[in-house]
Design a protein around this ligand. Sequence first.
Ligand SMILES: Cc1ncc(COP(=O)(O)O)c(C=O)c1O
Length: 311
Amino acid sequence: MKQQNITPVLAFSPVQSVNMAGFTFFIKRDDLLNPHFSGNKARKFAYFLNNDFPGVKKIVGHGSVQANSLYSLSALAKLKGWQLDFYVRNIPGWLKARPNGNYRAALALDANIIELDKRSLDEGTNLDAFMRLKAQHLPSGTLFMPEGGRCKQAKQGIAQLAEEIKDFCLQKALQKPVIMLPSGTGTTALFLQSLLPYKVLTCACVGDQQYLTEQFSELDSDNSVWPTILPSRKRYQFGKLYPEFYQIWLQLKQQTGIEFDLLYDPLGWLSLLDYLKHNSSQQNIIYIHQGGLIGNESMLPRYQRKYSREC
Ligand SMILES: Cc1ncc(COP(=O)(O)O)c(C=O)c1O
């Protein structure tokens, strides 16, 4: 595979000040880091991009066929001249016929997306557990990436993000800044909290609060460095469509001019606005835009089909 001749600059994303729902927020635009490699995956995978791995020819990952990490790993593999083997439980027939979103973008970067057949992975078996076992028997020259980039190496790129946030707060002389970012595996929020002298807020988008604290404890057993998890109004299922998610997403677009992702950010903003109802004196909120916009290519038509007439 030919290595691409683009060296992405993965640092110093801009910060934009916006008004939303009567508050002023600073948005850290990590979605603008680089067109090929942006958002929190760019931060989490920076270690792999910036270091040499002599002998490595292939990277192996897994997750959902529309995962943001599928696209970002494809970009990483392309930039490093590696092959990407990405394992998924299944690829729906309609998606194979008309690829879109992260699946389409990953195919365009030559990702090898492997559908596990029912014999190797039955309904009841967890894909992550299956792949962790598989990772123990991979041939040399293969790098295994845990789902969603949940690994200690992610800390290097997140440390760069923390430095940028500190620089911004010092430059603007912000009093008691608070950082907010929604979590999946919790890797980004946890490392940020462990690296920053400011309060980091997050919310659990995949699974419940207990799931998120379990994820934190796997990365760092010291709960004094864990971020604060904001409660959700109700139990949301990751990837499902909710009218209040579409509404807040539209409102954000109208009021700030910024497109956010449709999987994590709606819950991030709803949780943050609920928090501000009881903490209205809290100023200087920095919201991290963690990218994921290619995923909107598949999510937005789903929302439009379902709710456009109602919203
Ligand atoms: C757009 C977006 N926001 C938030 C997250 C959650 O990040 P983390 O898994 O580090 O909690 C992800 C997943 O990496 C993502 O793609």
